[in-house]
Design a protein around this ligand. Structure first.
Ligand code: GCO
Ligand code: MN
Ligand code: MN
Length: 391
C-alpha cells in the first residue's frame, strides 16, 4: 500500500462512527418506498467493521423493536454484543426515538398530553438502560417532534419549561443509576415539524446553563441542520467547543434551501467541510466523528459501503489538507501580516481605571490603520489551490 493510501485508511483512533439507521437506511422517502432490503443490526455491525469504522450508534428501536418482549430484548442484545465483540466495534453513543411512533405526533417531552410526556420519559430511561448495557457514554437527545405546525398548539416558553423539566429528570436518573452519561442535545430548525423548538446550536447553548446539572449536558451539532437554517456550521461548533460543550458531532452534508438530505460528508460543501475538519483537528477534539448521513436512494448495499468509505476518506483527506495549510509558509506569513499592530498601542486586557484612562487618552491614526494590508483574497485562493490539489 502506498503511503498516501495509508493516510486515508480509517483507523480506530480516528473514532469514526455510524448509526444503525444511517447505513441501514433503506431509501424510503415521502414520495417512494424502500429500495434496499432490510438488513439486521448484526449484519450492519459486520458491514461497518468491513469498511473500517470504529463505532456504531443506535436508537433504542433500531436494535430492539418497540413491541419486543423482555426475553426477545435479552436475545437481541446478546447477539448484538457478540457481533460487536467479534468485529471490534464499540457503541460510543445511544439515543432514543421520540419521533417515529405515531403517539409522538404532537411532540414527546413538550407534548400537550401529560401521558405522552410521561411515556417519553419512560421510553428514554429504558433507552438509557439499553445504551448503558452496551457501554455507551454519550446519550443524544434529538427532539424531532418537539415543535409545531401552528403556534396555536402551545406557548413556546411552556415548551421550553417542559423540555427543561424532562432533561433535569433524566440527569437525575443518570446520577441515580451511576451511568456516567454525558447528554448531547441536537438542534434542528425544521423537519419533521414545520418548526422545531431549539432550532440551532446557539439555542441549546442558551438553554443548557438553565438546567440543574449543566455540566452533564452539551450539544451534538449537525452539519446539515445548521446549513438548513442558512448558518455557518463551523461558527456554531466553535462556540460549543469554546464553551466546553462539544460532546458529540453529526457529520453529513446538505444543499441550502433543500429538503433534509443527509448527504455523504463533504459531498457538497467542500470548503465548509474542510474548515470544519481543520478546526476539529486543530483544537484536538477527541470525541467520536459520527456520520449521520445515508447513501443515495439509487444505491444497493455495495453503494452503501462506498458511501460510508467516502465519508471517512473525505474526512481524512481534509485532515491532511489542513496539515498542509498549517505548514504552508506563505499562508503563515499572510496570517502574521494580518495581526500586526503599531508599537505603543494600548493593549486593553483586564479593566483597570488606569488602563481605561490610557485608552481614552490615546490618539488612533485611522489612516495608518487603513493602510495595513488584509490579504484575504490571496489567503482564500491559496486555500482553494490546496483543496483543488494544485498547490
Ligand atoms: C435527523 C436527525 C437524527 C438524529 C438521530 C439521533 O435529522 O433525523 O439528525 O438523525 O441525529 O435521531 O438522535
Ligand atoms: Mn439530521
Ligand atoms: Mn443527527
Amino acid at each position: 500500500m502506498t503511503r498516501q493510501g495509508d493516510l486515508y485508511e480509517p483507523k480506530p483512533e480516528h473514532k469514526f462512527s455510524f448509526g444503525l439507521w444511517t447505513v441501514g437506511n433503506r431509501g424510503r422517502d415521502p414520495f417512494g418506498d424502500f429500495v434496499r432490503s432490510a438488513i439486521s443490526p448484526v449484519e450492519i455491525v459486520y458491514m461497518l467493521a468491513e469498511v473500517g469504522a470504529w463505532g456504531v450508534n443506535l436508537h433504542d428501536n433500531d436494535l430492539v423493536p418497540i413491541d419486543a418482549t423482555c426475553a426477545e430484548r435479552g436475545g437481541i442484545i446478546r447477539n448484538f454484543k457478540k457481533a460487536c465483540k467479534e468485529s471490534g466495534l464499540v457503541v460510543p453513543m445511544a439515543t432514543v426515538s421520540l419521533f417515529f411512533h405515531p403517539v409522538f405526533r404532537d411532540g414527546a417531552f413538550t407534548a400537550n398530553d401529560h401521558e405522552v410526556r410521561a411515556y417519553a420519559l419512560q421510553k428514554t430511561m429504558r433507552a438509557m438502560d439499553l445504551g448503558a448495557e452496551l457501554g455507551a457514554k454519550i446519550f443524544v437527545l434529538w427532539g424531532g417532534r418537539e415543535g409545531v405546525e401552528t403556534d396555536a398548539c402551545r406557548r413556546p416558553d411552556e415548551a421550553v419549561k417542559r423540555l427543561r423539566q424532562a432533561v433535569n429528570y433524566l440527569c437525575e436518573y443518570n446520577i441515580d443509576k451511576k451511568y456516567g452519561y454525558k447528554f448531547a442535545l441536537e438542534a434542528k430548525p425544521n423537519e419533521p415539524r414545520a418548526d422545531i423548538y431549539m432550532a440551532t446550536i446557539g439555542h441549546y447553548l442558551g438553554f443548557i446553563p438553565t438546567l440543574d446539572h449543566p455540566d452533564m449536558v452539551g450539544v451534538n451539532p449537525e452539519f446539515a441542520h445548521e446549513q438548513m437554517a442558512g448558518l455557518n456550521f463551523l461558527h456554531g461548533v466553535a462556540q460549543a467547543w469554546e464553551a466546553g460543550k462539544l460532546f458529540h458531532i453529526d457529520l453529513n452534508d446538505q444543499m441550502p434551501g433543500r429538503y433534509d438530505q443527509d448527504l455523504r460528508f463533504g459531498s457538497v460543501s467542500l470548503k465548509s467541510a474542510f474548515w470544519l475538519v481543520k478546526f476539529l483537528e486543530d483544537v484536538k477534539y477527541e470525541g467520536p466523528r459520527h456520520f449521520d448521513a445515508h447513501a443515495y436512494r439509487t444505491e444497493d448495499y455495495e453503494g452503501v459501503k462506498q458511501f460510508a468509505r467516502g465519508c471517512m476518506r473525505t474526512y481524512l483527506v481534509f485532515r491532511e489538507k489542513s496539515r498542509q495549510w498549517n505548514a504552508d509558509k506563505e499562508i503563515q506569513a499572510l496570517l502574521k501580516e494580518t495581526s500586526v499592530s503599531a508599537n505603543g498601542t494600548p493593549k486593553p486586557g483586564r479593566y483597570s481605571r488606569r488602563q481605561a484612562a490610557d485608552l481614552l487618552a490615546h490618539h488612533f491614526d485611522t489612516d495608518a490603520i487603513l493602510k495595513r494590508k488584509l490579504p484575504y483574497e490571496r489567503l482564500d485562493q491559496l486555500t482553494v489551490d490546496i483543496l483543488a490539489g494544485v498547490r
